[in-house]
Design a protein around this ligand. Sequence first.
Ligand SMILES: Cc1cc2nc3c(=O)[nH]c(=O)nc-3n(C[C@H](O)[C@H](O)[C@H](O)COP(=O)(O)O)c2cc1C
Length: 197
Amino acid sequence: MLYGNEALDELGILEGINEVIATTESEGRINAAPIGIIRSEDRLYVRLFLGTHTYENVLAKGWFVANITHDAWIFAETALEDLSPKYFTRKEDLPVLEDAEAWLLFECEAFASDIIIADLKPIKGEMIRKDFRAVNRGANLVIEAAVAATRYLALRTDSYFEELMKMQRIIDRCGGPRERLAMEQLMERVDSFSHMR
Ligand SMILES: Cc1cc2nc3c(=O)[nH]c(=O)nc-3n(C[C@H](O)[C@H](O)[C@H](O)COP(=O)(O)O)c2cc1C
C-alpha cells in the first residue's frame, strides 16, 4: 500500500491533467465516471460540474477513488452510461474498477455551487498491475471523443459533432477492435440521446 504524496508519483498522477475514472458510492450503489485530476506545482484539485452523480456523491461523502486505466473503452462507456455491478470490486472496502491498473483514494472538502473546485488529499492507493503499451492514437482519440460527446450532448454545439466525425475516421484507422467498439458505441449513444432530448 502507498500513502499520501508518495502514492501520487508512484501511481502516475503527474503534473498536468490526469484523466482517471472516479468511483463513488451512494446508498450502496457504485458510480463510475471520467474526471480530470489537476496537478500543478503547488496544487492538486478537481473541477466537478453540477448535475452528475459524481458531483452529488463527492459533495455528500467527501471522497472518491481514482482508478487508473489505459482502457479507452471504459472512458467512453462511463462518460455516457452507468456501469453494471460486475465491473466493480472492493479493495480495503472501497469501490474499485475490476480492471483498474491502480487505485488511489482522495479526500476532498467540497462546497455546493454550480461547480465544485475541491483541493484533494491523497490518502492511500495500490498498484494492481502495470499496463505497459505503445501509444495508440486511436485510444487517445477515444478519450477526446468521450469529452466531445459529453459536451455535444450538454451544449448541442455543431462543432463538437463535426469533431466526433473527424475523430471517428482516425480511430477506425489507428485503433484496435476495442477502440473501434468504444467509438461505435459512443456514436450510437450520441445519436440516441440526441433524439431523446
Ligand atoms: C476524459 C474525460 C474527462 C472528464 N473530466 C471531467 C471533470 O474533470 N469534471 C467533470 O465534472 N466532468 C468531467 N467529465 C464529464 C463526466 O465524466 C460526465 O459528465 C459523466 O456523464 C458524469 O457521470 P456521472 O453522472 O455518473 O457522474 C469528463 C469526461 C471525460 C470523457
